[in-house]
Design a protein around this ligand. Sequence first.
Ligand code: PMP
Length: 414
Amino acid sequence: CIHGIPRAPPDKILGLTEQFNKDKNPKKTNLTVGIYKDNWGQVTTFQSVARAQMILDQSIELNTDLSYLPIKGCPDFQLNVLKFLYRESCPEGAESLDQGRISFVQTLSGTGALAVTSKFLSLFMSRSVWIPKPSWPNHANVFQNNGFDDILYYSYYKNGTLDVDGWLDDLERGAKSRDGPPQCIVLHACCHNPTGIDPSREQWRRILDKIHELNIIPIIDMAYQGLDTGDLYKDAYLLRMSLDKKRYNWNNGLFLCQSFAKNMGLYGERVGSLSVVTPVRHNSKEIKRNVDSQLKKIVRGMYSSPPGYGSRVANVVLSTPHLRDLWHKDVKNVANRLHSVKAKMAERLEWDSLKDQSRQHGMFLYTGLDMRSVETLREKYSIYLVQDGRLSLSGLNDSNVDYVCDALQSVHRE
Ligand code: PMP
């Protein structure tokens, strides 16, 4: 009954912002959430996105009524996102696209894509998923909420570096100890959250080979495409490697959960996609149509249809050549600023693990500070990091970088 409902713990990341908002210290600094801020501490709209918004405002044709979108989203958005993903970012996927083997749903950003994926998999294929240790805390939550009863963690990070041998051993041991339906695995496409440490191409090759050999279903979580190198194409290397048809035929499909939250700055508009690359079979078309129909049924039951505005904006950016070029520049600017903040910190901090910045990719810096130090930072300096020591780099700027570096240095020494 309702009297017996236990209190759920606050969200590990968003809960801290609630606390931050109540903090009265004028020097308070929020380095928790992964939202890109400019050097003036502002969350600004990308130039390309702002211009797309203007085009939309002025166009009666594009800015259609406020009626519902179809269950699977806006058809133009689907066309342009598939082109962006499977022709421009990953030409290795073009053949699957031409053969009509890619199922697609417009989703409520990356989290929505993961939610639909996990619901679909748990209904039809698997209830066991491998997640890196550590990972974005919401991964386990989403899979648990959508029917997964077996959340397994693979070794990922040891003493400041990647633990590929541990990772492969875990998968091997896990596969040996069970029969039955296949397992799934979540792979961070780039800019691993929270560690910022990504496997090299050679390491990915070994990892993908092992996943393929063990018949594990890959779920690629691509939330930061472009924020590593500043180049949207380059950052899609994991998708390209996975769709190398000379090497792999994913028998149970490959799931791509993709988000425009960070690389278009469309966070709150919830714009993203799930695409399922179904395998080459004599009845591929039939498989794809069946997958499509079930995805539709899931979406209908979950939230009926996705929101319209953000996907219209993204669609204008993707389909207008000069805005697309501008978008690529916007992404480059974001990545450049993240690199320069990291470089500034490396200069200021006498801290060996942070000196070697080249190993950490993306929006975050994994400081390696323990929970007690993170609490000290919060209580003594009003500097907010995520409990696991993850720091969101773009929260730093010319006016607070000295304050934060001094505080980091002092808690590190303690
Ligand atoms: N995956 C990872 C690893 C993330 O860090 C995030 C964003 N924090 C997401 C998925 C999804 O974010 P969104 O739903 O805002 O696209």
